[in-house]
Design a binder for this molecule. Structure first.
Ligand SMILES: [Zn+2]
Length: 139
C-alpha cells in the first residue's frame, strides 16, 4: 500500500528557459550607462507570440532614478499580462539582489534582471520571484 504525500507546492510550473533579445539587452545596457551613477529601472515585457522571450522594456512614469536605489512607482504599472518582471541597474559591480530587491521581486512578476556596472554582457544576472538565479540567454 502506498501513501502519496500531497505536493507541497501546487503550481510547479515546468522549467522555462528565458531569453532576451540582443536589441533589448543593449537597450538596458545603454540606459543603465546613460543614467549612471544613478540606478535605471523598468519593466520587462515578453513577446506576444514567443512567450519565453523578453523583447521590450517598459518605463514606468514616475519612476525615480535614485542615487542608491531606483524607486518603482508601481501604481503606474499598466495592466498588461505580457509584463513579466522588473529590470534595474546597480552602480556597483555587484548584481546580487538586496533585501529590498527581493521584496520587490516577490511582489512584481516572475523574472527579474539586475545589471551591474560596467553594464556588459558579463555583468548581469536574472532571478526568479524568490531571488534565486535563473538562466537567461541573450539571443
Ligand atoms: Zn537593487
Amino acid at each position: 500500500m502506498y501513501f502519496f504525500k500531497k505536493q507541497a507546492k501546487k503550481n510547479l510550473a515546468p522549467p522555462v528557459s528565458w531569453k532576451i533579445t540582443e536589441g533589448c539587452f543593449s537597450m538596458i545596457a545603454e540606459s543603465a550607462k546613460s543614467i549612471y551613477p544613478k540606478e535605471f529601472a523598468g519593466l520587462l515585457r515578453r513577446d506576444d507570440e514567443i512567450k519565453d522571450t523578453i523583447t521590450e522594456i517598459v518605463l514606468l512614469p514616475g519612476t525615480i532614478a535614485g542615487d542608491s536605489h531606483a524607486i518603482f512607482n508601481m501604481h503606474m504599472k499598466p495592466f498588461d499580462l505580457s509584463i513579466v518582471g522588473t529590470i534595474h541597474s546597480h552602480p556597483s559591480p555587484s548584481y546580487r539582489p538586496s533585501d529590498a530587491d527581493k521584496m520587490l521581486f516577490r511582489k512584481y512578476g516572475k523574472i527579474h534582471i539586475i545589471i551591474a556596472h560596467p553594464f556588459l554582457h558579463s555583468s548581469w544576472c536574472a532571478y526568479d520571484a524568490f531571488g534565486e538565479k535563473i538562466t537567461m540567454n541573450i539571443i
